[in-house]
Design a protein around this ligand. Structure first.
Ligand SMILES: [Mg+2]
Ligand SMILES: [Zn+2]
Length: 236
C-alpha cells in the first residue's frame, strides 16, 4: 500500500459511542462516592488520571458485570460505514481514548468494526474481581494530567500524512492542538470556538466522510494536473 495521505485519530466515548461508557458503568455498578471524585475532576481540582485511578476500583462485579452493561451501549450508527470507508481508502483509523481498551475492543467487535489501532488505558482484574486501571500512555513530561495523553500519541506520527483528529470533549483538549484538521462536536466544539482553535463542526461520521472525500478528490485533481503538465513538458 502506498503511504497514507491522512491518519485519523478518533476519540471513543461520546464520539463513537452515544454517551460516556465509564459514566454508565459508574452509575450502574459503583459505590456512590464516585460522584465526589467526578466533581473534583469537573472543577479541575484533579486530572482524569487521578479521577479514573480512584473511580475504577469502585466498580463492583468485575469484568462480567461490565460486559453485561455494555449490551446497553449504542454506537453512532454512522461509524461502521465510516470505518469501512477508511479501510477502502487506505486511511489508517486509530482510536485514541482516555477510556478502557477492553471496553473499546468489545464494543467494536460486537459491531463487527475493525480499526488499525486502539490506544487507551488498560483494565486489570484481580482473581477476586477487584478492578484497577493502568495508564500505558501518560504524558512523558508530566504536563498533562490525563490518563492517556492524546498529544503524546498524536505527536508520534512524524510522517507527512495529514493528522485528522475527531473528538467531543475534555479528553480531546490536549490532542486538539496537534491536529492539522480537527473535527469537533459538543463540549470540544464550544471549547475550540471560545479559544479560536480552528475546527470543523460535525454531527455524525457521514459529515466527516463527505469532507474527507472532497479533500481526497481535490488532492487527486491536483495530482492529475501535475501529471498532465509534465506530459506536455515531455512532449516539447
Ligand atoms: Mg469523548
Ligand atoms: Zn496531553
Amino acid at each position: 500500500m502506498s503511504r497514507p495521505r491522512a491518519i485519523i485519530y478518533c476519540d471513543f466515548d461520546g464520539t463513537v459511542t452515544q454517551g460516556d461508557v465509564i459514566d454508565v458503568l459508574l452509575t450502574e455498578l459503583a459505590d456512590q462516592s464516585w460522584r465526589e471524585i467526578e466533581a473534583d475532576w469537573e472543577q479541575g481540582r484533579i486530572g482524569s488520571r487521578e479521577c479514573l485511578a480512584r473511580q475504577i476500583p469502585l466498580i463492583r462485579g468485575g469484568w462480567l458485570a461490565i460486559e453485561q452493561q455494555l449490551r446497553h451501549i449504542a454506537l453512532d450508527p454512522t461509524f461502521p460505514a465510516f470505518a469501512a470507508w477508511c479501510k477502502a481508502e487506505g486511511l489508517p483509523l486509530c482510536i485514541v481514548s482516555d477510556g478502557l481498551e477492553r471496553v473499546i475492543n468489545t464494543l467494536l467487535a460486537r459491531a463487527h468494526v475493525t480499526v488499525d489501532a486502539v490506544w487507551a488505558n488498560h483494565l486489570d482484574e484481580s482473581p477476586s474481581g477487584k478492578l484497577a486501571i493502568r495508564f500505558p500512555y501518560p504524558s512523558l513530561d508530566g504536563t498533562c494530567r490525563a490518563g492517556l495523553c492524546k498529544c503524546q500519541v498524536i505527536a508520534r506520527n512524524t510522517g507527512d500524512a495529514l493528522r485528522v483528529v475527531i473528538g467531543d470533549g475534555r479528553s480531546d483538549w490536549c490532542g486538539a492542538t496537534h491536529a492539522e484538521w480537527l473535527f469537533a462536536k459538543s463540549q470540544l466544539l464550544v471549547y475550540c470556538r471560545a479559544r479560536g482553535i480552528a475546527c470543523s463542526a460535525f454531527e455524525d461520521f457521514d459529515t466527516i466522510r463527505l469532507a474527507l472525500t472532497n479533500w481526497l478528490e481535490k488532492k487527486r485533481g491536483t495530482h492529475r494536473t501535475v501529471v498532465a503538465l509534465s506530459a506536455v513538458t515531455d512532449a516539447q
